[in-house]
Design a binder for this molecule. Structure first.
Ligand SMILES: [Zn+2]
Length: 275
């Protein structure tokens, strides 16, 4: 899938999950906590494609997400692609083809999702609020870039960077300083897994089984069969799926927070009629 669809699916998954937790397990969250989680999860759902670099020197190419912070993220993508290729080459078995590009390898595995999720929580726990500001800044940038692709393209990466900074600063000012760190890492990890699911339904697939070897292959690309696969950037993706993700997101928000509003409204009506 393309960047905007990945980001939207991450936000929708987090919002639907938050609603389910609230509804079935009685685990309610404040609107701010849900918003932070959905933003971080949307950003996390773009993270695996940071392995698609472009022309760093000319500030061109790369995945949507690699252009988030201009040449800085393009350079990071270049490094991540090379590291991924290194992991691929070091662990490939005799039936795995030789590769000279690391896209859709290490960052598209479950161990990577677990690693960045754990790493995020470890950073936040160890370094506290400043790490949280940094994490939210980075993830909000990715989310903005993905969710508002057209705007981000026109506005340019400097504006996107400034907006992410403002979001991170406001969130840090409002969030309690010592809570919710495991949630940040969890949101990043869930986002990565949602990304893998999004790539599985396109025909290229992802090495979801890594590092479990099957038939002398460690990097078997798993995806749905060609006839059923969603064409990247096709109508099913840009219209059907994006509409579905948006509806899921909006309904989840309404289900979580509208009953509360209604409740308050009734309470106010009662208060007005009281003597
Ligand atoms: Zn991908």
């Amino acid at each position: 899938m393309m960047g905007p669809s990945h980001a939207l699916s991450g936000a929708a998954a987090w919002l639907a999950g938050s609603w389910a937790l609230d509804h079935f397990a009685g685990y309610g969250q404040s609107p701010l906590t849900v918003a932070v989680g959905a933003t971080v999860c949307a950003g996390g759902a773009l993270l695996p494609d940071l392995d698609l670099s472009g022309k760093v020197t000319r500030n061109q190419g790369g995945a949507t997400v690699a252009r988030t912070f201009g040449v800085f993220s393009l350079f990071a993508a270049e490094v991540i692609e090379k590291i991924s290729l290194g992991v691929y080459t070091a662990t490939r078995l005799s039936r795995d083809p030789r590769r000279n590009n690391g896209h859709r390898t290490f960052t598209h595995t479950l161990p990577f999702a677990a690693l960045v999720g754990w790493g995020t929580t470890a950073l936040a726990t160890h370094y506290g609020k400043w790490a949280v500001v940094g994490i939210i800044f980075f993830m909000a940038g990715l989310a903005l870039r993905g969710l508002f692709d057209g705007w981000a393209e026109k506005a340019g990466w400097v504006i996107v960077t400034i907006c992410s900074g403002v979001i991170a600063w406001l969130t840090a000012a409002m969030l309690p300083g010592d809570r919710g760190y495991p949630m940040l890492g969890f949101a990043v990890g869930v986002g990565c897994i949602v990304h893998l699911l999004g790539d599985i339904i396109t025909s290229a697939g992802v090495p979801i089984l890594w590092p479990i070897p099957t038939g002398r292959r460690m990097w078997r690309m798993v995806g749905v069969p060609n006839g059923l696969a969603v064409r990247v950037g096709g109508k099913v993706e840009t219209i059907v799926l994006r509409t579905a993700f948006t509806v899921i997101a909006v309904v989840s928000i309404a289900a979580m927070f509208a009953p509360g509003l209604l409740h308050r409204f009734e309470f106010d009506a009662w208060a007005d009629s009281a003597p």
